[in-house]
Design a protein around this ligand. Structure first.
Ligand SMILES: [Zn+2]
Length: 276
C-alpha cells in the first residue's frame, strides 16, 4: 500500500483524506463487496461500449437483446454469472452472446477489487477506478471502431478536475505541465506517423494523451506514455503481415500504461528524483 503522506512529506492530510482513511476497511468482505460493485460497473461499461458509438441514450431503453431486441429480465442480466448459466447463448433467441460482455465485467471486477487492496476506500480509489473503467470502455470502442469518442475523454477530464479538488496530493501546476507533455509527445507521434504514412496516432489519441498528462503530471505521464508506446510498437510488429490495417488502436495500450502507472507511479517519481 502507498501511504500518500510519505510522498508529500510535511503536507497535512485534509478532512476528506482523514474521513476516507477512517472508512478504509481491511476486512476481506470489503474486497468482495468492491469486486461485486466492479462487476456491476462492468455491466454498465458494456452498455456504454454498445451505445455511445451509435449515439444511443445510455438510460433508455433498458437492457435488450442486440439480436431480437427483446428486453432482458434482471435475472438473466447478472454480471459474469448469467453468461455461464446461459452457456453463452441468449435466452430469448438462442443467439451466441459475445464473450466481450463477461470479459469486460470480469476485468472491471478485478480492477476495482485490486484498486481497493492498493488504496482502501479512499478518494484516490474512487478516481483511479473511474479512470480505469473509462479506459476499459475507450479500449474496447477503439478496438472495434478505431476511435475515442470526445464525450468519454471529456468525462475523464472532468473526473481529473474533481480529483484535483478533493485530493491533497494533486497539484494544478503539475497538471498543466502534464497536459503540455501529453500534447508534445502525442503531437510528435502524430507528425511522425504522417511522415512515414502509418496512422499509429490520431487526433483522438492526442486528446486522450493530453487528458492523461493532465491527470498524472509530467513525470508519471512520461512513464505512462513510454510503457503504452512500447506495448503498441510490439503489437504493431507482431501484427505486421497478418493484416492490411495500418492504424493501431492506442486506447488499449493507454489503458495498460495507466494501470502500470497507477501501481508503480510513486516508485517512478522516486526513480526520477534519484537523477537530481
Ligand atoms: Zn434475443
Amino acid at each position: 500500500m502507498i501511504d500518500p503522506a510519505a510522498l508529500t512529506g510535511s503536507e497535512i492530510p485534509s478532512i476528506w483524506h482523514q474521513t476516507w482513511t477512517m472508512l478504509r476497511w481491511s476486512n476481506p468482505l470489503g474486497f468482495v463487496f468492491t469486486t461485486i460493485i466492479g462487476a456491476s460497473f462492468g455491466s454498465f461499461a458494456n452498455v456504454v461500449i454498445h451505445r455511445i458509438p451509435s449515439k444511443m441514450s445510455l438510460l433508455k431503453p433498458a437492457s435488450h437483446c442486440p439480436n431480437c431486441h427483446k428486453p432482458i429480465p434482471p435475472y438473466h442480466n447478472i454480471p459474469i454469472i448469467s453468461y455461464f448459466i446461459l452457456r453463452g447463448r441468449s435466452a430469448c433467441c438462442d443467439e451466441p452472446i459475445s464473450p466481450q460482455y463477461p470479459i469486460v465485467e470480469l476485468l472491471s471486477a478485478l480492477m476495482l477489487g485490486s484498486l481497493y487492496l492498493l488504496n482502501g476506500w479512499t478518494i484516490d480509489f474512487l478516481f483511479q477506478s473511474g479512470w480505469m473503467i473509462l479506459l476499459l470502455i475507450l479500449a474496447v470502442i477503439d478496438l472495434e471502431h478505431y476511435r475515442l469518442p470526445n464525450s468519454l475523454v471529456l468525462s475523464g477530464v472532468i473526473l481529473s478536475i474533481l480529483w484535483m479538488i478533493f485530493s491533497p496530493d494533486q497539484s494544478w501546476l503539475d497538471a498543466v505541465f502534464g497536459l503540455v507533455t501529453g500534447f508534445g509527445l502525442a503531437g510528435f507521434a502524430m507528425l511522425f506517423g504522417r511522415i512515414f504514412k502509418g496512422e499509429w496516432s490520431g487526433v483522438g489519441d492526442l486528446k486522450l494523451a493530453m487528458a492523461l498528462g493532465f491527470t498524472f503530471g509530467p513525470a508519471r505521464f512520461f512513464f505512462l506514455y513510454l510503457v503504452s508506446s512500447i506495448a503498441a510498437i510490439l503489437y504493431f510488429i507482431v501484427r505486421r503481415g497478418k493484416t492490411k490495417e495500418r492504424r493501431v488502436p492506442m486506447g488499449p495500450f493507454f489503458a495498460v500504461g495507466t494501470w502500470i502507472t497507477i501501481w508503480g507511479g510513486a516508485e517512478v517519481v522516486r526513480w526520477y528524483l534519484g537523477f537530481f
